[in-house]
Design a protein around this ligand. Sequence first.
Ligand code: PMP
Length: 394
Amino acid sequence: VSSHQPINSTEKACMLRPLEAPFRYLFGPGPSNVPPRILAAGGRPIIGHMHSEMFGIMNDIKKGIQYAFQTSNNMTLAMSGSGHTAMECAVFNIVEPGESVLVAINGIWGERVAEIAERMGAKVHTLFKTPGGHFTNAEIEQALAKHKPVLFFLAHGESSSGLVHPVDGVGDICHKYNCLLLVDSVASLGAAPLLMDQQNIDILYTGSQKALNAPPGTAPISFSERACHKMFNRKTKPVSYLLDMTHLSNYWGNDGKPERKYHHTGPVSGFFALRESLAILAEMGLENSWSHHTEVAEYLWKGLEDLGLKLFIKDKDLRLPSVTTIAIPEGYDWKELLAYIMKHHQIEFTGGLGPSVGMVLRIGLMGYNCNKANAAMALAALEDALKQCRKSKA
Ligand code: PMP
């Protein structure tokens, strides 16, 4: 008998049980439910990551992102990884160690970008507001003049606070100070108007799992000519090999070279699903998608106010249509409310994130999930939980 006998272990017994993944209504800030058409696209037989058909699909994805972002940037692609991969890709490729970066922090996403920039050795300056706050163009200009950063970060859809940040004019101000504008649209793309070229955004990224309704794990990103000039004229190599845009631009056929070379094995099924989700957005049309999200959000907001709840973002125009934040009602334990709704209604809502923990409950209705029937279901579940979970009852 060979000495290389596997031991019959509890680990093996665990793997002999079938996969269990329940159906849930994903009405939190993401991921959202994936429609059958996108699931089916992701379930197609795998092809090689370097096959000509795959390159064709990647070219289509590029077109789909250009449409969704409203950009003609050649340097447009999808990252193999979640939204954070795109955040790191942007910072690692644009910024060199020792350079100055300005980050607008009004929730968790600015905090994250500041940490990413600090880790790669940038000099990080911040503009700060508590969750729900936003920055005027005058405040941004003042900070740009003071710190002279090479990059300014702003979250368009601040999903931890439910705020959609105004972007008009910010790109022009950045360019006046020779700074590039980086915008996060992970939570807002497809739900709130954003026009990369018209609004002079230099680097824009999003995620697959929110209004696009693809499974988590791919992240569209696009770089302007100005951004390309900075990132392809660096003195130092970016800290990450995997996220180095010199390689990624070749893998995506964006560098004008005749041959695409192996860099890493892209998530083939994830790209199939992403292509389908971008196709659905194009079929619907961006304007329709934006107005539909607003209409459903307004229905939800009215229903929440009718339940006696207070919306966390007071100004309607600054509310993110995809993720609604509710001030935690007095006399309730927010964790108990969420647990009750999950247990009795199979619905996921979430609490706050980072600095907004303990301040808000969050309801996300994005893309496929965004309709009045789902909003009504969310309201009914919340109404039930408010009846059942009052603290004084315990
Ligand atoms: N930015 C925003 C605005 C987000 O909402 C999220 C995800 N919640 C991210 C970035 C990070 O994306 P991921 O979790 O896919 O890495």
